[in-house]
Design a protein around this ligand. Structure first.
Ligand code: PDD
Length: 292
């Protein structure tokens, strides 16, 4: 496998990062996960925009968008991929031990592109089991969840507890006991005919898939309610689903002891999302033809 490391592609066996890298020492850095469909990286601009925001929120200077976009495509092509999982990681870089960000002169950039392994069809047919986590999501004034940071221990602890309880994913609450988000996804539910999802004020990552699903729901005439919700709201919902870049729209069959049917709203939104992806891929291809 070819990995993009800092300024060039290297073989996986040479893709090494220093033990003095502050990403390793302190989880000091940011990342993005993207998905390429037929060689086209979906919502690349939005992902790079968010990467830039995450970096600026941790006061880190990173290479320009054009450079990273070029490197992402170079990595996909070098590995002969079409449908790919792409992870762009930027750590603070190598520097002496110590917390001062100024100790690191240059961020480390790593881009990994692998064959995308589709989620089992059965998960989309039957839905997945979620538990409400005893681990609360980081407070906005601790590590703002809007920073897609390498410091993932908060979510890892919630995920480990969910696995212990036989669940697929955890729903994390915020310090006010409102629903925040999953460990790697945004949470949606349907109640009284409305599509409900925690607003960014709940202390979440503003997912790119979430944004698209909200706009597709609105366009198709479904009322959308972004707000602050309690676990009781989700337990009295008729449908629950989650969204993220890799799973797209994933139905939920159970939250704690409450069961849900895989409903028409999540199925509809999943289809609309997939159509949106196809549309994006076609538009991208057409724009490339014009350049050629
Ligand atoms: N996770 N919330 C959290 C905490 C996340 O880590 C993610 C994404 C999301 C959904 O964001 P998006 O729709 O932009 O993928 C919400 C990715 C998939 C990851 O960590 O690999």
């Amino acid at each position: 496998m070819q990995i993009f490391l800092n300024d060039r592609l290297v073989d996986e066996s040479e893709a090494m990062v220093s033990v003095f890298d502050h990403g390793f020492l302190y989880g000091d850095g940011v990342y993005e996960t993207m998905r390429a469909y037929e060689g086209v990286v979906f919502s690349l601009d939005e992902h790079l925009g968010r990467l830039g925001r995450s970096a600026s929120l941790i006061r880190m200077q990173i290479p320009g968008r054009k450079f990273i976009a070029g490197a992402v495509y170079e990595t996909i092509r070098a590995n002969g991929l079409s449908n790919a999982y792409v992870r762009v990681t930027l750590s603070r870089g190598k520097g002496p031990i110590g917390l001062d960000p100024a100790l690191c002169k240059k961020p480390t950039l790593v881009i990994i592109a692998e064959l995308f392994k589709p989620y089992p069809v059965k998960l989309y047919q039957d839905g997945v089991f979620l538990v409400i986590s005893p681990v609360i999501r980081n407070h906005v004034r601790a590590i703002n969840p809007m920073i897609k940071s390498l410091n993932f221990l908060n979510n890892i602890l919630a995920k480990a507890d969910a696995i212990d309880r036989g669940a697929y994913e955890a729903i994390m609450l915020n310090t006010e006991d409102n629903i925040a988000e999953g460990t790697v996804c945004n949470i949606f539910f349907v109640k009284d005919g409305s599509v409900c999802t925690p607003s960014v004020d709940a202390g979440i990552l503003d997912g790119i898939t979430r944004e698209i699903v909200i706009s597709l729901a609105r366009k198709s005439g479904l009322p959308v309610h972004e707000g602050l919700f309690s676990p009781a709201d989700i337990l009295s919902a008729t449908e629950v689903f989650f969204t993220n870049t890799t799973a797209e729209v994933m139905p939920v069959s159970r939250v704690d002891d409450t069961a849900y049917a895989v409903g028409s709203v999540s199925q509809k939104l999943r289809k609309l999302y997939q159509a949106e992806v196809r549309h994006y891929v076609h538009l991208f291809r057409d724009s490339q033809k014009e350049i050629d």
